[in-house]
Design a protein around this ligand. Structure first.
Ligand code: GAP
Length: 575
């Protein structure tokens, strides 16, 4: 167990769930400190990506019926490479076995057959028992947890592997709430589930984890973001080209420069990279150990045309904390094809335009006998195809997909025609730019980057230098001793500070030095001591975690002082 995992468990940040029953890999419980830290991290995310951007937040179910994932492509393509050991039966991510034991860094982008060959050529062994893996097949393994909705055989469903689909399937309503105006964003913070082949590094690769995702719907021909709002942000960029050339040099560019130099291809992506960097810095990720790495072409998810991962370095490994992906119109187009609703937005022209429109008027006396109950669906599919791709009607036959099956119709029976019409606007499928964060990975990295050991008064101390805004507890309140009324005064003070909306812990056990150490170790930025002087003049000692400096503050002002320190409106040195 790493030092961090040990601290996390001992001090109640996170630990393996259900240990009383032996525990299952990939599931973690956040303890009191961790749950508070995670909640604060989520609140800052909500503040940045929902409130300050003027976006909407939703809360969709985590159990999702199968057709959604047929449409989204997850049922077919949300796979990792699995290799099983013939000797001990353990399962492993085949690409990780390759990456951990060879110079190859992007095995994830290779086809399974090639990974099989590499395992054999390098004589790679099972990480659990050391038996050779050569000759074992490498298979695609779908990461979704399957379930059955309702009694009996039920309806097949899956625990969502991303919150994103909630925003896509509800798009027909969300666009109404946005008054059909692009761009707009819909966000969600909630659980995602992936049946990871080999969960590892605690919160880093879990089977249930919290995601914070923003789906930003834009008109691909519309205006971009106001980049002047992020003009001062310098992005540490590691483009695909530099990775392929085996370079480790990062470009340091503003969003505008990155766009002008063609390093980042999309204005919204550049904008959200800048917003993301500022957020990571705010919650305590060390900017010296942070970068944006572009996906290599073979690494892209099935829905993405480009993606930049925010990565943080921990113990020599780069952890993916967020992906900022261009999902183009992939998702909304797929749901348009599969669902009974409209996933477009009507875009009004400045002036009405005369345009050519392709339509169909299918011969139902042919479709009816030929396709029976599916005839209506075939007609709808023909109409959608005419609007999308009129060249599909150039030949003698037209092929469309209905309920996952391809059907062919003679073109003469489709009533296809192109006519001139005057339009006041047109329906467009918005494109999506998606900043998708793993909250657990952010929490883990923040803990790793802020865990420090230093020396105070000749003694070694462990200290978590968390930003005050996300610290689980803002202030520890101690009486010098629990006698002569000091304890009662301190307890009253703690109650008053809680009433004032601060997160407070009260501690009267052990000597003051030990109490300070306990709070330092869980990241409490400030501690207050009530002493005999407090009884006389109403002042208390306020101590800063990072410098261990102390000042005397009037107890009546303490709530305001602590709030302003926590919110970054004031520095401790100014007191
Ligand atoms: N909707 C886009 C999407 O799901 P992703 O890169 O697969 O993209 C988003 O996931 C983020 O979720 C990742 O950047 C990572 O921080 C986090 N994540 C993914 N798998 C995870 C796992 N098994 N355990 C913890 N966090 C994970």
């Amino acid at each position: 167990m790493s030092e961090l995992d040990e601290l996390a468990r001992r001090r109640g940040f996170f630990f393996q769930a259900n240990e009383a029953y032996g525990g299952v890999s990939g599931f973690y419980t956040y303890g009191p400190e961790g749950a508070a830290l995670k909640r604060n991290v989520e609140e800052t995310w909500r503040d940045r990506f929902v409130t300050r951007e003027g976006n909407m937040e939703i809360d969709a179910p985590t159990v999702t019926p199968e057709p959604v994932f047929v449409a989204s492509g997850h049922l077919d393509g949300f796979d990792d490479m699995l290799v099983e050991c013939a000797e001990c039966g353990d399962s492993h991510r085949a690409d990780h076995v390759v990456e951990d034991n060879t110079d190859i860094e992007d095995a994830e982008t290779y086809p399974t057959g090639k990974v099989e060959d590499i395992i054999a050529e390098h004589d790679l062994a099972c990480p659990s028992c050391g038996a050779p893996l050569a000759g074992q097949s490498v298979d695609e393994f779908n990461l979704m947890f399957e379930t059955s909705i309702g009694p009996g055989s039920g309806q097949p469903g899956y625990l969502r592997p991303e919150t994103a689909q909630g925003m896509f399937t509800e798009f027909p309503r969300l666009k109404e709430y946005a008054r059909n105006q692009l761009p707009f964003g819909a966000a969600q913070i909630g659980a995602g589930y992936r049946n990871e082949i080999s969960p590892r590094n605690a919160l880093v690769r879990a089977r249930e984890f919290t995601m914070a995702e923003l789906e930003y719907f834009v008109d691909p021909e519309g205006e971009g973001p106001d980049l002047s709002r992020v003009e001062d942000v310098e992005l540490p960029l590691y483009p695909a080209g530099a990775q392929e050339a085996d370079g480790e040099e990062y470009l340091h560019l503003t969003p505008r420069e990155a766009l002008d130099e063609g390093v980042v291809g999309d204005e919204w992506v550049a904008y959200f990279l800048a917003r993301s960097k500022a957020w990571f810095e705010r919650v305590g990720v060390d900017m010296e150990r942070f970068r944006f790495r572009q996906h290599l072409p073979g690494e892209l998810a099935h829905y993405a045309s480009d993606c930049w991962d925010a990565e943080g370095e921990v113990d020599g490994d780069w952890i993916e904390l967020e992906g900022v992906a261009s999902r183009t119109d992939y998702d909304l187009s797929k749901h348009s094809e599969h669902a009974d609703d409209t996933f477009t937005v009507f875009k009004q022209y400045d002036e009405p335009k005369t345009v050519e429109r392709a339509t169909v008027d299918p011969d139902m006396s042919y479709l009816g006998p030929e396709f029976g109950g599916d005839a209506g669906a075939v007609a709808d599919a023909l109409e959608a195809l005419a609007a999308r791709d009129r060249s599909a009607f150039d030949g003698d036959e037209v092929t469309v997909e209905v309920d996952g099956d391809e059907v062919t119709v003679p073109t003469e029976k489709t009533g296809f025609s192109v006519e001139e019409v005057t339009e006041s606007g047109r329906h467009i499928v918005p494109h999506v730019v998606e900043p998708a964060f793993g909250v657990g990975r952010a929490v883990y990295t923040v803990l790793a980057h802020n865990y420090d050991t230093d020396e105070v008064e000749g003694e070694t101390r462990d200290v978590l230098r968390l930003p005050a805004e996300v610290s689980p507890t803002t202030v520890g309140v101690f009486p010098l001793m629990d006698k002569d009324g000091l304890g009662d005064t301190a307890r009253d003070l703690a109650a008053d500070l809680r009433e004032a909306g601060l997160s407070v812990t009260y501690d009267d056990s052990g000597n003051i030095g030990r109490r300070y150490r306990r709070q330092d170790e869980v990241g409490t930025p400030y501690c207050v001591t009530v002493d005999y002087e407090s009884l006389e003049d109403g002042t208390v000692t306020l101590r800063d975690r990072d410098t261990t400096d102390q000042v005397r503050v009037d107890a009546d002002d303490l709530g305001d002082v602590l709030r302003s320190l926590r919110d970054g409106d004031r520095e401790f040195a100014e007191l």
